[in-house]
Design a protein around this ligand. Structure first.
Ligand code: FAD
Length: 323
């Protein structure tokens, strides 16, 4: 049964995040030949429209306004609500990012529709949409079947594969007014002060080097950054390392931090508490460096190195530099 799908593009740092292309591939599977469109919302974003065509969008709705330069829940919800009322898609997909997690349930409520969070796989069974999502802090997966009606969902980055771009494919571009002048907006972003980061987005990183309490200090993270640089990786941390002030909370991975699914996760001086595992246990390959052979992280790791991280990590860095 052909259905129409709308994907909201996830933009950050002047770029379309990869999860947008992953959601587009999921939308193509669910559409079964129906139209797949993308909502490109922001300020100065129209240049991304044709690129989205190459990744599978049939149509791109461009909504540009200076009032959309920074994300605010009321402005973005107002724009998306108008767009969804006009386009009337059967399925609306968002990234499972800060913005998607905020907007999807808000909009689903406005449409009296269902909402499925943190989708890691999509499929069709007996003509019905089936979303797979983790439960019990990632210990199990459940399948949610959509029987009828409009549905909203957020897609976890790095789980679904994006389609190869087809440069010969293009999308119809429709410019839509933001209509913000009539909307009663309660929030305005005056200024954004950004923290300095390693540059690699944790939730989209293919490789993560992560440190825990065993790293012992902010200075102790230095060898982890050196290893990350050689690997082109992002640096993450356990909550204990953040709580101890070794690093910023934006780096926290786990149940109350970021959920990541890189190809390679290198845990250094992390014990493997359930709350940490909730954020990284679906990584494709896990390497744990821990001096305690009984550390629980070694039970989930594909490769365990029992040793002092301050000896093992620099050794790894030196060896990898030779490759
Ligand atoms: P520890 O458990 O202290 O482990 C340190 C490890 O380092 C040990 O295994 C030790 O053997 C090893 N080590 C020490 N020195 C060295 C060395 N030189 N070389 C090699 N290994 C060494 N935690 C999170 O991470 N993320 C979350 O999102 C999160 N959310 C939480 C939510 C709730 C509601 C609660 C209650 C807790 C949460 N926690 C979270 C905390 C969690 O329970 C653990 O306390 C935390 O993950 C422990 O961090 P850690 O592994 O770095 O520290």
């Amino acid at each position: 049964m052909a259905r129409t799908c709308l994907v909201m593009a996830d933009l950050r740092g002047g770029k379309v995040r990869n999860v947008t292309y992953e959601a587009l591939a999921a939308a193509r599977r669910l559409a079964e030949g129906g139209e797949v469109s993308v909502a490109l919302v922001g300020d100065g974003v129209s240049g991304f429209a044709q690129g989205l065509g190459a990744y599978g969008a049939d149509k791109v709705y461009v909504v540009e306004d200076t009032g959309l330069k920074h994300y605010t829940p009321d402005a973005y919800a107002s724009v998306m609500e108008r767009l969804i009322r006009t386009a009337d898609p059967d399925v609306v997909l968002f990234a499972h990012s800060a913005i998607g997690r905020d907007l999807a349930p808000k909009l689903a409520a406005r449409f009296g529709a269902g909402q499925v969070s943190d989708v890691v796989d999509v499929g069709l069974e007996d003509g019905k949409i089936v979303f797979t999502r983790p439960i019990y802090a990632g210990k199990a997966f459940t399948k949610v079947t959509i029987s009828d009606g409009k549905v909203f969902a957020t897609v976890r980055p790095n789980n679904l594969s994006a389609d190869e771009p087809d440069a010969g494919r293009s999308a119809t571009v429709e410019t839509v007014g933001a209509g913000l002048s009539g909307a009663s907006l309660r929030t305005v972003v005056k200024e954004v002060v950004q923290k300095a980061t390693s540059g690699v987005d944790l939730t989209e990183a293919k490789i993560i080097v992560s440190g825990g309490r065993g790293v012992k200090s902010a200075e102790g993270f230095k060898p982890l950054y050196e290893l990350a640089e050689v690997l082109g990786a992002a640096v993450g941390a356990s909550r204990a390392a953040c709580d101890a002030g070794y690093c910023d909370y934006s780096m926290q991975i786990g149940q109350t931090g970021k959920v990541v699914t890189p190809d390679l996760y290198i845990a250094c001086g992390i014990s493997g508490a359930i709350q940490h595992l909730a954020g990284m246990s679906n990584s494709k390959v896990i390497v744990a460096i821990n001096k305690d052979p009984e550390a629980p992280i070694l039970k989930v790791a594909n490769y365990g190195i029992v040793g002092d991280l301050f000896e093992v990590v620099p050794m790894l860095t030196e060896e990898l530099k030779k490759v």
